[in-house]
Structure formats: structure tokens, C-alpha cells
Design a protein. Structure first.
Length: 109
């Protein structure tokens, strides 16, 4: 699945485009940064409700190319700016993390 597929399937609004054609190799959903640092893998999508700058730092550390912010939460400007610098796609979906993950699971089959 490509990042553009995630955006389309979840009805997300892209705030920072990054590489929309990049293939995603998996996904993780979580809001505890230490959990994401331990469990996320290179090339995965990250679904979260966190909207602060440290999210970008973890995404860079784990080479996560796309952050999908759930529940329509508005990312801080600093997060958007850092994602732009790092080439990370940042999108916001009105769906809950649960509903977004469920839709994406169907897409991945």
C-alpha cells in the first residue's frame, strides 16, 4: 500500500505531502512515544493522536515516512514544519485511530 492509498481510504487531509508514492511495509498505532520507539519499523505508517514536535523526532529515528493523526486533532505548527524538513508525510483524518486502522487493514489484504 502506498501513502496516497492511506490518505484516500481514511479521508485524510494532507498537511505535509512527503513522498505520496512511497510504499508502506506495515503500520503501528500508538501514542506512547517510547512504545513507538521500541516497536515501529522502517517504512511503517504511524497512526497517533499526538500532535507535538517530538512525534517528528520519533518518526525520523525510526524512518517512519507517514504520520496519520487521528480524531481530527490539529498538529502543532512545529510538527508540520519539522515533517516538511524531514520529508515525512503528515495527514489528519477525522476517523478514530481504531476506525482508521480497521479501514487500512482491509486495504492491506
Amino acid at each position: 500500500m502506498k501513502i496516497r492509498d492511506v490518505v484516500e481510504k481514511t479521508g485524510a487531509t494532507v498537511l505535509v505531502p512527503g513522498d505520496m508514492e512511497r510504499d508502506l511495509t506495515g503500520a503501528i498505532s500508538g501514542d506512547l512515544l517510547s512504545f513507538i520507539m521500541a516497536e515501529a519499523r522502517e517504512g511503517w505508517l504511524w497512526i497517533t493522536i499526538q500532535v507535538h514536535l517530538n512525534v517528528a523526532a520519533v518518526a525520523v529515528l525510526k524512518d517512519v515516512p507517514c504520520i496519520l493523526v487521528a480524531s481530527g486533532r490539529a498538529p502543532e505548527q512545529a510538527l508540520s514544519e519539522r515533517c516538511a524538513v524531514e520529508g515525512i508525510t503528515l495527514a489528519v483524518t477525522p476517523l478514530s485511530a481504531f476506525d482508521a486502522a480497521g479501514l487500512l487493514r482491509e486495504l492491506a489484504r
